[in-house]
Design a protein around this ligand. Structure first.
Ligand code: SAM
Length: 240
């Protein structure tokens, strides 16, 4: 029993120091947004969403992440997504934000040569970005939500954010995870977000997976108040 307790304590300490190595501060969902405040029986029915399971979805997000992002999208009028992939998250954002237009950009499979690798980009992240650029038909097609979805094709470094300046309530950054793209998409997102809106980055997974996302966000956290949402790989930022 004592050994068990000691082992448990040691693991806990290890975990704490493990989390300490992740510079973006870890925040409970309810501390980022009060909608996630749970009652004695768990989350309130106000957080109920329309969803489809994260089963056999190439390059998608988890069910818990879907619940988080769709609740943050709930009252949005303008949503932007970097990286469409299957379009399942695009569809669920439109389904759960009934007043929103969802604009999403992706690299089409026949445009891979337009991808602009830069010095310093992690090779694995660049390869993964091209590998997941395999979709030219999307989950939302044929659904009524399609009317509120604007699909853009192209390399996100070529995308001009100027017409969207200060208009977005929610921006989801989930395109190429290579350094120069995370930096470029982030710069554009910061231009497009409204005060009080939310930027979410996917794949903050530590120093071993999606390494460039980890290093870019760690650096950014020195100048912006970023929050790593507990039990997700989301990092969130709400400019005031
Ligand atoms: C991880 S997937 C996105 C997953 C999607 N957001 C979801 O939740 O299901 C990455 C997406 O980024 C796109 N992408 C990769 N490099 C890109 C680039 N340079 N410009 C635009 N989109 C890019 C890929 O084509 C792919 O659709």
């Amino acid at each position: 029993m004592v050994t068990h307790l000691l082992l448990g304590e040691r693991l806990l300490r290890k975990q704490r120091s493990f989390f300490k190595e992740w510079p973006v501060k870890r925040v409970l969902p309810e501390d980022f947004d009060p909608i996630f405040k749970a009652g004695p029986l768990g989350p309130t029915t106000e957080t109920e969403i329309r969803t489809v399971g994260a089963y056999r979805v190439y390059g998608g997000i988890s069910d818990f992440e879907t619940w988080i992002i769709c609740n943050l999208a709930r009252n949005a009028k303008q949503i932007f997504e970097f990286g469409t992939a299957t379009g399942k998250t695009t569809y669920l954002l439109a389904a759960n934000a009934p007043q929103a237009t969802v604009t999403t950009i992706t690299l089409a499979p026949d445009a891979l040569e337009t991808y602009q690798e830069a010095a310093g980009d992690n090779l694995t992240d660049s390869r993964a970005a091209k590998d997941v650029s395999r979709f030219d038909s999307f989950y939302y097609q044929g659904n009524k939500e399609e009317e509120r979805i604007v699909q853009l094709f192209g390399d996100s470094k070529e995308f001009d954010p100027a017409p969207y300046k200060g208009t977005m309530d929610l921006i989801f950054i989930d395109g190429s995870h290579a350094q120069s793209y995370v930096e470029s998409d982030t710069q554009k997102a910061l231009e497009m977000i409204k005060p009080g809106g939310v930027i979410l980055w996917h794949d903050y997974r530590g120093p071993k997976r999606a390494k460039d996302v980890f290093s870019v966000l760690n650096k950014l956290s020195k100048r912006l108040d970023l929050a790593w949402i507990a039990n997700t790989s989301f990092v969130a930022y709400r400019p005031r």
